[in-house]
Design a protein around this ligand. Structure first.
Ligand SMILES: [Cu+2]
Length: 222
């Protein structure tokens, strides 16, 4: 994996031409190709969203001894992937740039599928996963609960039932998990599985909040 991160402002001729624009791409991502037609010689798999310089080099320096052309193309046709960057760079060691090309793009969070469109090169492909640079977490935790205990033939719990609440948060992490007994019982911190002894139907409500303050919608089990 080659993931170049540089803090310099100027990159290449585009930045020089627009010297009054202070925010040139701070992130440089480099793909290289050589003689192989089934894989890029090197490629990034992760990046952060924002202005990015994409470099595609298919030259003698990157192992191309045959003059084989390759493309670096972002798939914009598959709805499963980001399609906001219609990148399509064709490079070969004998082109007017010596096989080294760069373009400025803006990446957004999500996944980009990249591939080489030269016939027969279908295996030259991969996924670039782009995340939010600030790690800004706007997604609430995922919550679920399971009820365990011995059941009778009708499926009702006998003796007692145990409610286990779980919460996960991919961003900042889970800050707190709470539960409440009944339709209007008070919220209390969830620290261990909740045991219900009394007979009858009981509602256990639960919710979770992550460290960024995103609260998962309240759910309940009976
Ligand atoms: Cu190719």
């Amino acid at each position: 994996m080659v993931l170049g991160l540089t803090s310099t402002v100027a990159y290449g001729r585009a930045a020089e031409r627009e010297a009054d624009v202070p925010t040139a791409a701070a992130q440089v991502l480099t793909w290289t190709a050589g003689d192989a037609i089934d894989r890029y010689a090197s490629f990034p798999t992760t990046a952060v969203a924002g202005p990015t310089t994409i470099v595609f080099e298919n030259s003698t320096a990157t192992g191309n001894t045959t003059g084989m052309p390759h493309t670096l193309t972002f798939d914009v046709s598959d709805p499963e992937y980001n399609h906001d960057v219609p990148l399509n760079i064709l490079a070969n060691p004998n082109d007017d740039q010596g096989g080294k090309h760069s373009v400025e793009v803006t990446l957004t969070p999500g996944r980009y599928r990249f591939h080489c469109t030269i016939p027969g090169h279908g295996q030259m492909q991969g996924i670039l996963t782009v995340t939010d640079p600030g790690g800004e977490d706007t997604t609430a935790p995922e919550t679920s609960a399971k009820v365990e205990g011995e059941k009778n033939a009708d499926g009702a719990f006998i003796g007692h039932a145990t409610v286990t609440v779980s919460a996960t948060d991919a961003g900042t992490g889970v800050d707190k998990v709470e539960y409440a007994v009944g339709a209007d019982g008070p919220w209390q911190p969830y620290t261990a599985p909740v045991m219900v002894h009394e007979t009858g139907t009981h509602k256990i409500r639960y919710r979770a909040t992550d460290k960024a303050g995103n609260a998962a919608a309240e759910k309940a089990v009976d």
